[in-house]
Design a binder for this molecule. Structure first.
Ligand SMILES: Cc1ncc(COP(=O)(O)O)c(C=O)c1O
Length: 457
């Protein structure tokens, strides 16, 4: 590659001078020096200084099949040569877009059979918002447009997705929010359950908050409830088993659509193709991205349930779409990526072996660590709460400080882990084996020990 001739310093200088990074404090970045990632293979990323780092985050929750898959590169190359691009607007399709739509309909819950493509999770959530509002408007109910969401939800960074999300720091930088979003409590028992409240009772109380919001707004004004099956970027918040069935019941009772954001949880992460299937949720819209191509190409979609699709199909032209809706190269890579997940039995492995083993090992190795609070997981998603006191669940000051130290020690010890507020996250490639998990949990222990020492507790 041409950039092989550049030194780390030259690349850092170019980056410092010209690159605005997402979700980054640039002063802090420039002081620390940006890491230049030059390659990746299997479970490891490689930097320009020759370090190999185990990737506990699968990139950004997306590289489900691991790095360096020639098969995906070959498919992309072949598709670029055959048909690098054509739009899907002008009464046109192409084989990858048509065949991927069919494949997704086969994998999705039975009531879902239609696919609208985008290029990112944020974009697809914007599509989902527009589409549920359009659905109700087509039925003469344009006032049925409020969407109930949750605190700490992450649905992306566009203006609509930020407004729908429940990240207060993001709202603070948004200016006027898109109207029509109401936020209720997250189903986060670790911080929000009352003393002595059972998991089941907490799940029902968190669902009741949704019902209360629907009643307060008037069901005739509410289009949908939206949620990630497990709140990912909000801190891998896993709702109690009582939560989703109750949400489903409430949505049916008030005739409210159910929008599920599977951008993180899709494509095997939870031990099923989609978390909806693991958790028995029947969505009206399902947003997917990330693991759809394992990050090898940018592609997303909204999968639309039959009830909505039937109305949309008879609703005349829908003035909505993106230049890259159904990009042929991305769709071809997605098809090959799905083949890999299927052929290698990655979903069964996550469900029956590596998923349970990850949480089991974390609990065995750091379950009684003085700065580790709750350890929880679902499939190959895991979280460790960082606390200064395990009994009172007290956090280190300032907020997020303890977890950032754990993250820094983890990277220094050779593994990428993410800190979200006071929570440490693991969301590795689905190809991790028990041996990889053993290596990862040892690094987690080193990181917790290092942070504990630095915090002086
Ligand atoms: C649940 C969820 N929805 C949507 C998004 C936004 O996806 P993108 O960054 O591709 O726009 C993310 C990104 O992390 C996500 O976690």
């Amino acid at each position: 590659m041409a950039y092989k001739n550049f030194s780390t310093e030259q690349l850092q200088a170019a980056d410092n001078a010209h690159h605005l990074h997402p979700f980054t404090d640039h002063d802090e970045l420039r002081q620390a020096g940006v890491r230049v990632v030059t390659g990746a293979e299997g479970h490891f990323i490689h930097d320009s200084e020759g370090r190999s780092i185990l990737d506990g985050m699968a990139g950004l929750w997306c590289v489900n099949v691991g790095y360096g898959r020639d098969e995906l590169a070959d498919v992309a190359c072949q598709q670029m040569k055959e048909l690098a691009y054509y739009n899907t607007f002008f009464k046109s399709t192409h084989p990858p877009a048509a065949l991927l739509a069919k494949r997704l309909a086969e994998l999705a819950p039975a009531n879902i059979n239609q696919v609208f493509y985008g290029a990112s999770g944020s974009e697809s959530n914007d599509t989902a918002i527009r589409t549920v509002r359009h659905f109700w408007a087509l039925q003469g109910k344009p006032e049925k447009n409020i969407i109930i969401s949750r605190n700490d939800a992450y649905h992306g960074s566009t203006i609509a997705a930020t407004s729908m999300g429940g990240m207060s720091a993001m709202h603070g930088q948004l200016g006027p929010r898109v109207p029509g979003f109401v936020h209720v409590m997250a189903p986060y028992a670790y911080e929000l359950a009352k003393p002595g409240e059972s998991d089941e009772a907490f799940g029902l109380r968190a669902a009741k908050a949704v019902e209360d919001a629907i009643v307060a707004a008037g069901p005739e004004n509410v289009a949908a409830f939206v949620g990630e099956p497990i709140q990912g970027a909000g801190g891998v918040k896993i709702p109690p088993a009582s939560y989703w069935p109750e949400i489903q019941r409430i949505c049916k009772k008030y005739d409210i659509l159910l929008m599920i954001d599977e951008v993180i949880t899709g494509f095997g992460r939870t031990g099923s193709w989609f978390a909806c299937q693991s958790m028995g949720i029947e969505p009206d819209t399902m947003t997917i991205a990330k693991g759809l191509t394992s990050g090898y190409q940018p592609l997303s979609a909204v999968l639309v349930g039959d009830r909505m699709a039937d109305v949309l199909a008879k609703g005349g032209e829908y003035y909505h779409g993106y230049t890259y809706s159904g990009h042929p190269v991305c769709c071809a890579v997605a098809l090959a990526n799905i083949d890999i997940i299927e052929r290698e039995g990655l979903i069964d492995r996550v469900r029956d072996d590596t998923g349970p083993y990850l949480v089991e090992r974390l609990k065995a190795v750091v379950g009684d660590h003085p700065i580790a609070g709750e350890i929880r997981g679902y499939g190959l998603l895991a979280a460790i709460e960082i606390v200064s006191d395990r009994d009172s669940k007290q956090r280190f000051e300032p907020a997020g400080h303890g977890a950032s130290l754990v993250r820094d020690h983890s990277i220094a010890a050779g593994m990428m882990m993410r800190a979200v507020g006071d929570t440490m996250i693991l969301s590795p490639p689905l190809t991790w084996t028990r041996e990889t998990i053993d290596m990862a949990t040892d690094i987690v222990k080193t990181a917790l020990d290092g942070a504990q020492k630095e915090l002086g507790v």
